[in-house]
Design a binder for this molecule. Structure first.
Ligand SMILES: Nc1ncnc2c1ncn2[C@@H]1O[C@H](COP(=O)(O)OP(=O)(O)OP(=O)(O)O)[C@@H](O)[C@H]1O
Ligand SMILES: [Mg+2]
Length: 247
């Protein structure tokens, strides 16, 4: 994706209103177009907060985030939203329509796509995500794993250039987890995946950032960092399952 967009965070600091400590404490990293980066870290490390900052749902207290040449600020939001898509950790934060089909249509309709194009895109994404039978159902009647797939589809239908995923495998059974990893691995988009599933990070993302207490404590090749037992244990993480039990 030669003409894709570059993302950069520089010295980003964020404090939730009334919170005592910083949720994000001076984070810098850059992502090249088409790259797949994992953001790993234990509960409370700041992974979800960081993705929300990258998507313009929150804004840095200090420092800045740039998507291409655009700084993520309230006035640039419409531009950002057309290029960046976030799939929330909890699908319940993302699905609010009476049916799965309506949830899939919602984004394209907001962007003013012609009706026929919306319907064709819904059909295509539903087939890709094995959601065709679920289209008439209410998201409330679906299992957690099904809801998670619908949430991902509602974001991918817009074909964002940068896809932000928050714990995308948390509720999936092993077969669907494997299939999701294959699907994500085949995408051309830039992927930033926040997860404590280190096997997912190893499978999907050649590079990772380890976050702990809102700070980057290591950054580099996943194949090197995620087998470093001392580094991981120092960050309240454990070796990927497939490496546990080996010397
Ligand atoms: N809405 C909020 N208001 C105040 N503090 C918050 C809020 N959301 C998160 N925090 C705090 O910010 C810090 C980072 O939280 P965040 O949800 O980003 O972590 P995370 O790495 O995504 O964790 P998890 O693995 O549990 O999803 C935590 O200390 C958390 O308590
Ligand atoms: Mg989180």
């Amino acid at each position: 994706m030669a003409e894709g967009i570059h993302l950069a965070a520089e010295g980003v600091v964020f404090r939730y209103p009334h919170a005592e400590r910083l949720a994000i404490d001076g984070v810098s990293f850059a992502v090249e177009p088409g790259e797949r980066l994992a953001i790993v870290g234990p509960n409370g490390a700041g992974k979800s907060t960081l993705l929300q900052l990258l998507d313009g749902l929150e804004f840095p207290t200090a420092g800045e985030i740039r998507i291409g040449n655009t700084r993520v600020t309230p006035s640039a939001l419409r531009q950002i939203r057309g290029r960046v898509g976030l799939v929330f950790q909890s699908p319940d934060d993302q699905l609010f329509c009476p049916t799965v089909a309506d949830d899939l249509r919602f984004g394209p309709q907001q962007f003013g796509w012609p009706r026929a194009e919306v319907e064709a895109a819904v059909e295509e994404i539903a087939a890709q995500f094995e959601l065709t039978d679920l289209l008439p159902q209410s998201p409330l009647q679906l299992s957690q794993g099904e809801r998670q797939r619908v949430a991902l589809a509602t974001t991918l239908i817009l074909r964002p250039e940068i896809l932000l995923l928050d714990e995308p495998t948390a509720s999936l059974d092993p077969r669907r987890r494997r299939r999701l990893i294959e699907l994500l691995g085949g995408l051309e988009q830039t992927l930033i995946v926040a997860t404590h599933d280190l096997d997912l990070a190893l499978d999907l993302c050649p590079r990772c950032v380890i976050l702990s207490g809102g700070r980057v404590i290591a950054e580099g090749e996943s194949a090197r960092l995620l087998i470093d037992r001392a580094l991981l244990e120092g960050s309240d993480l454990e070796l990927p399952l497939r490496l546990q039990g080996r010397g």
